[in-house]
Write a protein that binds this ligand. Structure first.
Ligand code: ZN
Length: 154
């Protein structure tokens, strides 16, 4: 394992141990549940959308270190973005974990680039981002309680 791999691994573990934005958001615009049955990861994402921007994002749930770290990094990354920017970031994150490189706009979330070499863990990393995408769509459709999504649908 190279030095950079070690740095990335430490950053992921640090987010898994001390997740940012963990807990329910009150008030929230939409609540989106997501599951990754292949690993047992379960996530509840809370989003507050105000004036076309993601004003707040938080999560609860449980799962492996990669799923928890990814949710923590995602809630940090999306805060303050316009909804269209947030949806673009989801696509860039998916590109990254599928080995197509880390776009600079991903910021700290780029620590998860190494997941692209761990095929079994890609769904763990994408769960929070796919929940974000689905939650934003549900919010745009006027829903407060969105239907649960599963990364097996990807
Ligand atoms: Zn997992």
């Amino acid at each position: 394992m190279g030095f950079l791999d070690q740095v990335y691994r430490d950053a992921v573990l640090e987010h898994a141990r001390s997740p940012r934005n963990r807990g329910e958001l009150d008030p929230y615009s939409v609540r989106q549940e997501g599951v990754n049955p292949s690993c047992g990861d379960e996530l509840v994402l809370y989003l507050r959308v105000e004036g076309g921007e993601v004003a707040g994002a938080s999560f609860t749930g449980h799962g492996c270190a990669i799923s928890q770290a990814s949710a923590s990094l995602m809630t940090q990354a999306v805060r303050g973005l316009r909804v269209d920017e947030a949806k673009l970031l989801v696509e860039r994150f998916k590109d990254m974990v599928h080995g197509r490189g880390a776009h600079p706009s991903l910021g700290d979330a780029a620590v998860l680039e190494g997941v692209s070499k761990l095929h079994a863990r890609v769904k763990c990393a994408t769960l929070a981002w796919i929940a974000l995408d689905a939650g934003l769509d549900a919010e745009a459709a006027g829903k407060t309680e969105a239907e649960q999504i599963s990364v097996d649908q990807e």
